[in-house]
Design a protein around this ligand. Structure first.
Ligand code: URA
Length: 194
């Protein structure tokens, strides 16, 4: 059972001390949403609210992410499995260190191995560079499909925190581009279920 296998990985994470974030976290932030093998979103790392609640993307960025999904009729309650590159919060929300990404990678790999997702969304630069290490600028690759693990299609998308700092909805703006991307994601998601 997918749920049981994921729960086993979560249990391992709960006692993880593979990097120093194990000492400073309040909660491990393992995942949210449905264990859906069709659509998986990988973010960066927990922030303050996520660390407090143990759920990914529950702060302002998470609320915007929910709205973006809802704009095309998708939701974390029925369509999307959400997880992060790091399962523990870096102090003061600093960028994850390479050593932390490396320490946490087996958990993300294990999640993907169980889910074998058809579509993976790489949300923001940290997730992007974990899977496409030679690409550094998300603006160059967002909205494009790449081959991912387990025969999946991967698309890099802007991180919602970036969109919170960029309000314009004009043609070509980050918010406008996100709107194009989420519609393409919805098309690909619907095509899986035909
Ligand atoms: N940003 C992320 O990338 N992940 C979260 O869980 C919260 C904010």
């Amino acid at each position: 059972m997918i749920e049981q296998e994921l729960e086993q990985i979560r249990q391992q994470c709960l006692s993880c001390q593979r990097c120093s974030l194990g000492k400073t976290r309040t909660n491990v932030v393992f995942s949210d949403g449905v264990p859906n093998h069709n659509l998986v979103l990988i973010g960066e790392a927990p922030g303050f609210n996520e660390d407090q609640t143990g759920r990914p993307f529950v702060g302002r960025a998470g609320q915007l992410l929910d709205k973006i999904f809802e704009s095309v009729g998708l939701s974390r309650q029925k369509d999307v499995y959400i997880c992060n590159t790091l399962k523990c919060r870096p102090p003061n929300n600093r960028d994850p260190l390479p050593v932390e990404k490396e320490a946490c990678r087996p958990y993300l790999e294990a999640q993907l191995a169980v889910l074998k997702p058809k579509i993976i969304l790489l949300c923001g630069k940290v997730a992007l560079t974990s899977f496409l290490p030679n690409v550094t600028a998300i603006s160059r690759v967002r909205g494009q499909w790449f081959d991912g693990p387990y025969g999946s299609k991967m698309m890099p998308i802007f991180h919602p925190s970036y969109l919170l700092r960029n309000h314009s909805k004009e043609k070509g703006s980050p918010r406008w581009l996100m709107w194009q991307d989420i519609q393409e994601i919805k098309r690909a998601y619907d095509a899986l279920r035909i």
